[in-house]
Design a protein around this ligand. Structure first.
Ligand code: HPA
Length: 273
């Protein structure tokens, strides 16, 4: 028997025993983008390790926290510490926090990530609003018996990223004078960065940026009926012919440098929702 409904209920009860406000918006922070948290008036923080059944990182040595609070007059929950497939989590574990958010009342999910650019017009530090994605060898998190109480067996994916939120994102970015790109996020498993041939293939297949997260979260969020917005920070350019060594340090550095622009847009977007 699938114990997922009970596990979700136990986790939600635990959280509700500690934080009982209605939450509207969920935020997932990508690599190097954690500073966004400092914009939140924090009302409660809960360690992942304290929440029943919540996935706890065995890889990084620290478990991460859910942050509950107010931003721009809206109640939000933010994940400080993301769960990645390449760390060895199952697709169901990666989905768990997104489903918890839904059960806590979240109707809109804002996702961010660090990504490699494969569109020749992109530069390191650019922000890309995700208009669509391609799942490439990432395992679909909905494989297995469908739990009808969570969502339908065959979810539509014609609009994984809300057109309305994309428009809002572009509008607020324009209003505060931050240029944004728009493009297709190509989801891979990692943890290796891509070979030169793979970066070229990703471009040919229709990707503008490539990264190791987000796609599974979006699938589960859509299954649960949430509205999704995604933004990538371009931290490296994959299609350079020479000098194409990419390191995690470089990714973190570039994400941290672009973080103020990212935070400003997410904050304005939360205000506009
Ligand atoms: N490839 C995959 N994932 C990434 C990259 C990349 O170039 N940069 C940041 N995350």
């Amino acid at each position: 028997m699938n114990r997922l409904p009970e596990s979700l209920q136990e986790a939600v009860s635990y959280i509700r025993g500690r934080y009982n406000n209605t939450i509207e918006i969920g935020v997932v922070l990508g690599s190097g983008l954690g500073n966004f948290i400092s914009e939140i008036t924090i009302e409660r923080e809960i360690e992942y390790s304290a929440i029943p059944h919540f996935p706890v990182s065995t890889v990084q040595g620290h478990s991460g926290r859910l942050i509950f609070g107010v931003l721009a007059g809206k109640r939000i929950v933010a994940m400080s510490g993301r769960i990645h497939f390449y760390e060895g989590y199952t697709p169901e574990e990666i989905s768990f926090p997104i489903r918890i958010m839904k059960l806590l009342g979240v109707h809109t999910l804002l996702l961010s990530n660090a990504a490699g650019g494969v569109n020749a017009s992109f530069k390191v530090g650019d922000l890309m609003i995700i208009k669509d994605h391609i799942s490439f060898a990432t395992v679909n998190p909905l494989i297995g018996k469908n739990l009808d109480i969570l969502g339908t067996r065959f979810p539509d994916m014609s609009e994984p990223y809300s057109k309305m939120l994309i428009e809002k994102g572009k509008t607020v970015a324009g209003r505060i004078g931050i240029p944004v790109q728009e493009g297709v996020y190509f989801g891979v498993t990692g943890p290796t960065f891509e070979t030169k041939a793979e970066y070229k293939m990703i471009r040919v297949l229709g990707g503008d940026a490539v990264g190791m997260s987000t796609v599974q979260e979006v699938i589960v969020a859509k299954h649960a009926g949430m509205q999704v917005f995604g933004m990538s920070v371009i931290t490296d350019i994959g299609i350079r012919e020479e000098d194409n060594i990419i390191t995690h340090e470089e990714v973190l550095e570039a994400a941290a440098a672009a973080e103020p622009k990212f935070t400003a847009i997410f904050k304005e977007l939360v205000k506009a929702i």
